[in-house]
Write a new protein. Structure first.
Length: 134
């Protein structure tokens, strides 16, 4: 599965490689916690039951929520209730394969904050991801 939003684009610089549109689901699955923490955008990795297994340093800092308080909790019920709807959470339930970016406004625990979300899920991966570009 490849992300077709920028079809044919091959990143050449480090900055381009760190753009959240260029990260593949397989890349995230192979990255260490330290490597994920170096990414300039938020990364949340979810178990098949929607529990938080990865919560990046960038997401922790930008959301103001310490990672140790969210690990193992239901993401859409406890951490990001504003994403518990048909546009985000329901897609992880309904779709077996996801690689989509969408404009969104975060509203839980903060004033409305425009972001772009990238939803990643594959049958080949035990973990799905929400990437958050502010």
């Amino acid at each position: 599965m490849s992300f077709t939003w920028i079809e044919g684009f091959v990143p050449t610089s480090t900055e381009e490689k760190l753009d959240f549109r260029n990260i593949l689901l397989s890349d995230l699955g192979q990255m260490s916690s330290e490597e994920i923490d170096q990414l300039p955008f938020g990364v949340v990795g979810l178990s098949s039951s929607g529990l938080v297994e990865v919560y990046s340093a960038a997401e922790s800092r930008l959301a103001g929520i310490p990672a140790d308080t969210v690990m193992g909790t239901p993401f859409f019920l406890s951490v990001a209730q504003c994403m518990n709807n048909f546009m985000v959470a329901q897609r992880f339930i309904d779709e077996e394969e996801l690689d989509v970016a969408l404009p969104y406004a975060l509203t839980f625990r903060m004033r409305p904050t425009p972001v772009t979300l990238r939803l990643l899920k594959s049958r080949a991966s035990a973990r799905s991801y929400v990437l958050i570009q502010r």
